[in-house]
Design a protein around this ligand. Sequence first.
Ligand code: AHR
Length: 478
Amino acid sequence: MSKIKIDLERKIGNVDRRIYSGFIEHLGRCIYGGIYEENSPLSDEHGFRKDVMDAVRPLRMPLLRWPGGNFVSGYHWTDGIGPKEERPRRIELAWHTEESNRFGIDEFIEYCRTIGTEPYICVNMGTGTLDEAQAWVEYCNGTGNTYWANLRRQNGHEEPYNVVYWGLGNEMYGRWQIGMLSAEDYVKKAIEFAKVMQWTDPNIQFISCGLNGWSDWDRIVLEGLASFVRYHSIHIYTGSEDYYSNVFSAHQAERALRNSQAMIDIVRYEQNIEHPIHIAYDEWNIWYRMREADTRLEEKYSLADALAVASYLNSFIRHCNTVKIANLAQLVNVIAPIFTNEQGLFLQTIYHPLRLFSEHMLETALDVFVDSETYTLSPEQEVSPWPHRVGDLGPFKMLDVTVTCDTSERELAIAVVNRDRDHAHTATIQLTDPATLTGVVAYEVNGKSPEVINSFEQPHAVNVQEHRLDLEGQNINY
Ligand code: AHR
């Protein structure tokens, strides 16, 4: 029997709800055919798929990042404004396709408002210019009698959009990126972008382009941009055909967060930086099957992947003092929790932990004691299309647990991920404080086997079941 001990006095810190944020990119069917489908009977007057919005809203995503991703490094945002029939159709070099530009900045802001999320824009530091980035801020946030602010008004949007979050380029370290840079060149360029953008609107906040949180790139970028940025980004995808390697791969986030926190601490100390710098875990997910551009990255997620996603969220909660923003990549169809066709949609397995965490986990993370069986990954099991290994972080507890409480300490939310492929585990949950427990509900994400996926034919193969629990004094047995 496993044991989980909870002490309300052992607080880690505040869990920022922005760790439940999302990301949409002009890639495959994420936007066109995903969130936006003109002339579909399922869409509203803006072309937004209503069934998709109904599925997105329960995820309660505080922020939505757009327009890329690799796409942004060749994207000229001015192509996406004004009458739709007059917008240019362009060749799209990141994903080798064509871009109609029928969804642009005005549609993005409208979408954010409609689903109740805040926009986060990543600017083009590949083919994009300083002028373009400056103009984008002015178009969105300008209040004066100036060209770009007036153009926004002319396009029907009198009030400024007040976009706070601005990413300084996407994965500028990568060979696959249009306009790849060395870390030193990126810093030089990003400083100039940040200057003109901030001079246009002093209220905006920047996210620097980071790698995995422990690389030389991260160090050089943090050293160069610390005085300009509030957030440093990390992009890591993980996943493996091997069950255990897959479910434990989420712990890579903990390496990234521990190391990036150390780098941030050193840079802030050495440069006397007073403002806080936190991590924006800008792109994260399980992704190991559909990695070629021509597959449109339409990954179908298994129950095992849902467990890994839950462990990712647990990692963010454990490191809540470091990570304040995390964007699941992506939202619809492309490595996504929601999957559409022209007739409707189904919720992928990973949708369920995302919704449960966002809906139920509370404001304060507690440092929980867990006693459970462990598992050691062997090097042979570490098969993954991604270069990083995770086995050195083990042995891993079969039960991955986080606990959160509300500010009045009257409510607890506990996330328990059983990663044992073959066995159920019984756990006793003990509270160290005397308390009368009432109204304990368990939400269980489960299915027939770890391989099972949801599909149009079997949309509920992995689903959430709700149980009311019996109590024994101060203990809960489950
Ligand atoms: O999310 C898919 C891609 O993964 C993004 O375009 C890019 O930023 C990352 O490499």
